[in-house]
Design a binder for this molecule. Structure first.
Ligand SMILES: [Cu+2]
Length: 207
């Protein structure tokens, strides 16, 4: 079901060029797909685990190259840390926590809430004809279910706000600019048929 939901990003004009059958076959054989919207490469993870979020940027804005990616860290996700990227300047924003938490005996009262990558120059921008990945790691909350990662994509001309979340009864694939979705599954969950479940270690310590 999760994979069906994740077909949402093929509903963009570019995605329509390929039949769903082909897409399904490609997905089942774990072929990486470089098209469509902005999605998390691993759309499923164990709650409470350490997660490597790979945001895949499939296209620019109506042909215009991407110059900035900004991701909002979802509430409850702790200690987010970006992976540096050659040609891109990192931005990390912290904010006070509504609910301070304990980590190794220390009380943390603020945490990372936003991470951005900004192209250093025009030559470093991501052309619409290419795709790229923007990576961060973080500790996931203990809850299960859908966790949305709003992303803003700024292009040389125009922008996309990948922030839409389906209303009750609405399909994610019907959204024009859906927020990247991570499905949190309970600890000890069996691997998915595709073997794409993230690391099984339920409690990864953060330092
Ligand atoms: Cu798209």
């Amino acid at each position: 079901m999760i994979f069906i939901a994740d077909y949402a990003h093929f509903s963009c004009p570019r995605g329509r060029l390929i039949s769903k059958t082909v897409l399904a076959a490609a997905l089942l054989s774990a072929v990486p797909m470089a098209m469509g919207h902005i999605v998390l490469e691993q759309p499923r993870a164990t709650s409470g685990s350490s997660y490597k979020a790979v945001l895949r940027v499939g296209h620019g804005c109506a042909g215009s190259p991407t110059q900035q990616i900004v991701v909002e860290i979802p509430p409850g996700v702790q200690g987010a840390k970006p992976m540096p990227k050659p040609g891109w300047v990192l931005g990390v924003t912290r904010a006070a926590l509504a609910q301070p938490y304990q980590n190794h005996g220390r009380t943390l009262t603020d945490d990372v809430v936003r991470i951005s990558w900004t192209a250093r120059s025009e030559a470093d921008q991501l052309p619409d004809a290419h795709f790229d990945e923007f990576v961060l790691q973080a500790q996931l909350p203990e809850q299960t279910g859908a966790l949305y990662w709003p992303v803003r994509q700024e292009c040389a001309q125009g922008r996309h706000d990948w922030v839409q979340v389906p209303a009750p009864g609405q399909q994610r694939r019907d959204l024009k600019e859906p927020a990247p979705l991570l499905e949190l599954v309970p600890h000890m969950n069996a691997p998915t048929p595709q073997g794409t479940t993230t690391q099984a270690a339920p409690h990864v310590h953060r330092h």
